[in-house]
Each structure stands twice: as C-alpha cells, then as structure tokens.
Design a protein around this ligand. Structure first.
Ligand code: GLP
Length: 231
C-alpha cells in the first residue's frame, strides 16, 4: 500500500483526481470504478476544475440503494449521472448495480458478468464507512464476496440519513460490489478523511478481520491510501 498523507480533504481530493486521470488514461478502452458519498464529491469537483474530459466507454458504480428509482435524486445512479454526464459531458455507459439490466433476481450476477466481460476496471475509487464498510460491504462480509444484495447496518443508515429527509427514508437494503469484485480492479484509490474514520482505519490495518471490511483490500498490490489521518 502506498500511503499519501495530505494536509486536508481539499489537497487529498486534488491528488485523487490527478491520480484517477493518470490511471484511467493508461487503458482508455477499459472501464473505471466510481464511488459516491460525501468524500467523492470533493474528487469530482476537482475533476471538473481540472477540465477532465472522460474518454472511458464504461463506468461501474460500486453500490446502490434498493427500492429507489434511478430518477430519484437520492439514488447513486442519479448522482453519478449528474456529475459525469451533465457536468463533465461524458457519453459512455454507466453500470449501476440494482438498476436497469442489473435489477431483479439475476441482477447481481449480470453485473458481475459485465465486469468480467468489459473489465478489468482500471481504477476503482473507494471511500470508507465509519464502521469500516467498503462500498456497502458491512462488517461480517466475507472477503471473497461478489456482487449481491445486502442488508444495511443501522450505523450505516444513521450515517447516511444526512442525505435524506429522515432516517425512515433511508433504504434498508442495497446492491453492492463484493470485496472480491473490488479486489479485481487494477488499481484502488482509497480516500479517508476526518477523525470519525480513524478507528475503522486503524483497526483494518492493525487488527484485520471480517469485522472491518477494509481489511479485505489492504493487501491489494496497487492500493493508494490518501488520508489526512496519522496511521
Ligand atoms: C457510503 C457508501 C460508500 C462510501 C462510504 C463513505 O455508505 N456506500 O461507498 O464510500 O459510505 O461515505 P462518505 O464519504 O459520505 O463518508
């Protein structure tokens, strides 16, 4: 793992944006892996400020809530479309677990197949949940897990309720890439900012087990951790 210690989130977001551009340009015909959440908004703002013009044909989202239409502004599909299609002018295909071809009983399998057919993903962006989750792989997820439907932990629903009107509006389930799926990307760029993530980060590095899903990817051969924390 390469650790890039930064002064603050702004500096870290800029570094991540530059790294993503560099890595995605290495194999322009291969897809990228996109994440959502507060942390990623800073990275996408930087991509926009750098005048990034995406040239990849396909992008795979990490995860998505279940039970939310893609036209709902709270959906990850909507958020990523706004940023990449509306703001950055991207004209490729966005693959989101649980949406379009990837909905229904066979949706998760179809999503895995698409990654296998179109991949490998050149660079996968990742954030970290306060409980150590990666995408929506909650504590207890198996390290060899693949794309599937999961129940969200209460801590995750509470943490993400800030994006909804109330906790009651936060879905109880999601579809997420598995830890094994994520590990198959050529490069991983993990962003962790803020003291509220320190405990999970330290636990994954110092005491790795399935209770901290981040531990599953910590030995990836091309992982860059960008953080303002002392680890
Ligand atoms: C969310 C997402 C993750 C994200 C993480 C951190 O629940 N499913 O993919 O990386 O939690 O989110 P944030 O950046 O808002 O702290």
């Amino acid at each position: 793992m390469i650790i890039k210690k930064v002064q603050d989130k702004n500096q870290g977001s800029q570094l991540a944006a530059e790294l993503c551009i560099e890595l995605s340009n290495l194999s322009p015909n291969k897809p990228v892996g996109l994440a959502t959440g507060e942390t990623m908004r800073g990275v996408y703002k930087q991509l926009s400020e750098l005048g990034f013009e995406p040239n990849f044909k396909d992008a795979f989202a990490l995860d998505e809530y279940l039970g939310i239409e893609k036209s709902n502004p709270k959906s990850y599909f909507f958020e990523l479309t706004q940023i990449f299609s509306e703001q950055l002018g991207w004209r490729g295909r966005l693959h989101v677990p649980g949406q379009d071809d990837y909905s229904g009983d066979d949706g998760a399998n179809q999503f895995e197949k698409s990654i296998q057919n179109l991949g490998p993903i050149t660079v996968q962006l990742l954030g970290l949940g306060t409980n150590g989750h990666i995408a929506f792989n909650e504590p207890g997820s198996e390290f060899d897990s693949i794309t599937r439907v999961v129940d969200l932990h209460e801590e995750t629903r509470i943490a993400n309720s800030r994006f909804f009107e109330s906790i009651d509006d936060v879905p109880k389930q999601a579809m997420t890439q598995g830890l094994s799926t994520i590990n198959q990307a050529d490069a991983l760029v993990l962003l962790v900012f803020g003291e509220n993530k320190l405990e999970a980060l330290k636990k994954a590095l110092e005491n790795p087990d399935e209770q901290t899903p981040l531990a599953a990817i910590k030995d990836h051969q091309h992982l860059t951790l960008i953080t303002d924390l002392d680890v």
